[in-house]
Write a protein that binds this ligand. Structure first.
Ligand code: FES
Length: 356
């Protein structure tokens, strides 16, 4: 701040007094404008050493932010996900989560603290009384605003030539902090590749009842009921159970063969038993409602309705395409078995469209 700026004569209450705008309260004018209290200069405005000290504090905070961001990245790369440590008073917690939280917290806090300290101790401290004026500013006022802005930039020390250390450390801290977010993108995991296009079903896999864990025979599928099946070899306590069942979940319905309108559906069925993916092609909810009279299945999430007697085509709702059908038959022992995998990806239409 220049000596001109901090001159008492330039302070608003002095100027206002000079223009006779302030009054003295008396019997006739009890609410006279008392004006602003005397301005007290900060130590940094009058002592160059204090100003330099503040500048160093701000730079130190920005530097701390940079170090914390580097610490964040180092922790992300070096610490194993399953390492547990004891930290009083939090108890046993994940070392990785604790380190990421602490370092990112310090990085953001240090930028904020540095900016606040800078504003409080080094930026312009002139009190300005803004007069009311028409909303549309005149060209002179606009020019004045830009001029004041430029002065502000100069006085705040962010411009070239002054307080380069502080400006450079701030730029460094602001550049590094977003890296934390970029690094976290890695946690989204590897690309799915072909995993979503295939399920556990393959030729010869038995259809197992999800409730009893027993292989199904055609006689187990009653007319009018919806039976849920999964591939043999998949068990509820398997590590990958949720991942696999989310793709392989199957529903079986017995129809009158004469009621099946779709030729391919009839060929892929066995004695009127049809097997369809249980995963809704809208956004992947499990389908669970069956209406025997109409052969419709309904997804409870957004009411997409599929006609099982007509290739499971969509007859209502937001689903984009029919449910994938699994081709089934029976093995030599009379158990229902798959005759291959689904021919298209199960679930939401996105993946199917992605092929075209
Ligand atoms: S998920 Fe089935 S209708 Fe939306």
């Amino acid at each position: 701040m220049s000596s001109h700026d901090i001159s008492e004569d330039n302070l608003p209450h002095k100027q206002a007094h000079a223009h006779g705008a302030l009054g003295v309260a008396d019997k006739d004018n009890p609410f006279a404008d008392p004006g602003l209290p005397p301005h007290e200069h900060r130590i940094q405005d009058i002592d160059e050493k204090a100003s330099k000290r503040s500048e160093r504090i701000v730079a130190a905070l920005f530097t701390l932010s940079m170090l914390a961001t580097i610490g964040f990245i180092a922790a992300f790369v070096a610490l194993p996900v399953d390492k547990i440590v004891y930290i009083f008073p939090l108890g046993h917690i994940s070392a990785l989560n604790f380190s990421l939280g602490m370092t990112l917290g310090v990085a953001l806090f240090a930028i904020g603290a540095g900016a606040v300290h800078w504003a409080r101790t080094l930026m312009s401290d002139v009190e300005v009384a803004a007069e009311r004026h028409p909303i549309e500013a005149s060209p002179e006022v606009r020019e004045q605003v830009f001029s004041d802005f430029r002065d502000g930039v100069t006085e705040s020390g962010i411009g070239f030539g002054r307080r380069k250390l502080m400006r450079n450390t701030l730029l460094g801290a602001l550049t590094l902090v977003p890296l934390s977010g970029v690094v976290l993108l890695r946690e989204l995991g590897p690309l799915p590749g072909e995993k979503l296009r295939h399920t556990m079903w393959s030729k010869g896999k038995l259809l197992v009842n999800v409730n009893t864990d027993e292989p199904l025979r055609p006689s187990d599928i009653a007319v009018g009921s919806l039976t849920f099946a999964m591939p043999e070899g998949l068990h509820e306590h398997d590590h990958d159970f949720q991942k696999e069942i989310a793709k392989a979940a199957l529903m079986l319905v017995r129809l009158e063969p004469n009621d099946i309108k779709d030729k391919r559906e009839l060929e892929w069925s066995h004695e009127g038993i049809v097997a369809y993916s249980k995963i809704c092609t809208h956004v992947g909810c499990p389908i669970s409602l069956y209406e025997q009279q109409t052969h419709h299945v309904l997804c409870p999430c957004h009411q997409s309705t599929f006609d099982l007697a007509d290739g499971a085509r969509v007859i209502f709702g937001p689903a984009g395409h029919a449910l994938p059908q699994l081709r089934i038959g029976v093995n030599d022992e009379g158990y229902l078995q798959a005759l291959g995998d689904f021919e298209e990806p199960v679930g939401p239409a996105f993946w199917e469209r992605g092929e075209s």
